[in-house]
Design a protein around this ligand. Structure first.
Ligand code: GLU
Length: 258
């Protein structure tokens, strides 16, 4: 089984932008264990800009492009250093894969990307993917890692995309404004109603919100890959997901042709 796990900045970092060591440590431990069980994993990790912001002592997320890109350069380094160290404790090797939209859109580059990803997994290494934020500008940007997660899942033919976030999943209305909002456990087909319910939920540290997660679930679903959105505060939730327990919101996929 091939699974893509996407983890957002709000799970990886505190609101200060500094790493949430407990979350990252638990995540690395659980993912290592899941890998040991024979599941092929790829991790799409945000956090470069958020962690760079913390490390450069910037008071808030930068708004201009050069500072954003500088923060990403610093934060990506810190992230990979931490992943390398923590996965290393469980005897796992990580590989950094940075992509931009054009790497996925252009056929030869996409083939190279897929070949590298597959080879990394064959070699037992864990690919950790992020957008190459230091060179991606508005015109060529994928923009958010929910979409990147779906793009990666499609490229490597994953069966499951798990988006870990700071929310439980998709609600029938915006839970910030409606205390009686109910968590949807299963979405068979994404409709405009789901988008309306998702409107207005944005993350402070990262870029995505529920809308980008729904779009990601649509891309994944169209390619035969299920998506589960769940709260990543306790990464052991990944065990429940893989054991088929009801957690978060599960989006069914269209049937695969192969
Ligand atoms: N690539 C961005 C980063 O690493 C994250 C984008 C997102 O939050 O979706 O900071």
């Amino acid at each position: 089984m091939r699974v893509v796990v996407k983890v957002g900045t709000s799970t990886l970092a505190h609101s200060t932008g500094l790493l949430n060591i407990r979350h990252v440590e638990n995540l690395c431990k659980v993912l290592s264990d899941i890998k040991n069980s024979g599941i092929e994993l790829a991790l799409v990790s945000s956090g470069a800009i958020g962690v760079g912001q913390g490390k450069l002592s910037l008071k808030e997320r930068p708004s201009d492009l050069p500072t954003t890109q500088a923060a990403a350069a610093v934060g990506q380094c810190e992230l990979m250093y931490t992943y390398d160290k923590m996965f290393g404790e469980y005897n796992h090797t990580v590989g950094q894969v940075l992509v931009t939209a054009s790497d996925i859109e252009e056929e030869t580059r996409r083939d190279n990307f897929i070949n590298t990803m597959v080879r990394l997994m064959q070699l037992g290494a864990l690919p950790i993917i992020n957008e190459n934020d230091t060179v991606a500008t508005d015109e060529i940007v994928i923009g958010d890692n929910d979409t990147l997660g779906a793009v990666v899942a499609k490229a490597i033919g994953a069966e499951l995309l798990i988006i870990l976030s700071d929310v439980e999943g998709l609600y029938d209305k915006n839970p910030n404004r409606n205390p009686d909002a109910k968590l949807l456990h299963l979405v068979e087909e994404i409709t405009q109603e789901h988008y309306d319910a998702a409107e207005g939920s944005v993350s402070k540290l990262g870029t995505g919100g529920m809308v980008t997660k729904l779009k990601a679930a649509e891309i994944a679903g169209a390619n035969g890959c299920e998506t589960i959105i769940a709260n990543g505060n306790d990464p052991s939730i990944l065990y429940d997901i893989l054991e088929g327990k009801q957690v978060g919101t599960r989006f069914l996929a269209k049937k695969r042709n192969n």
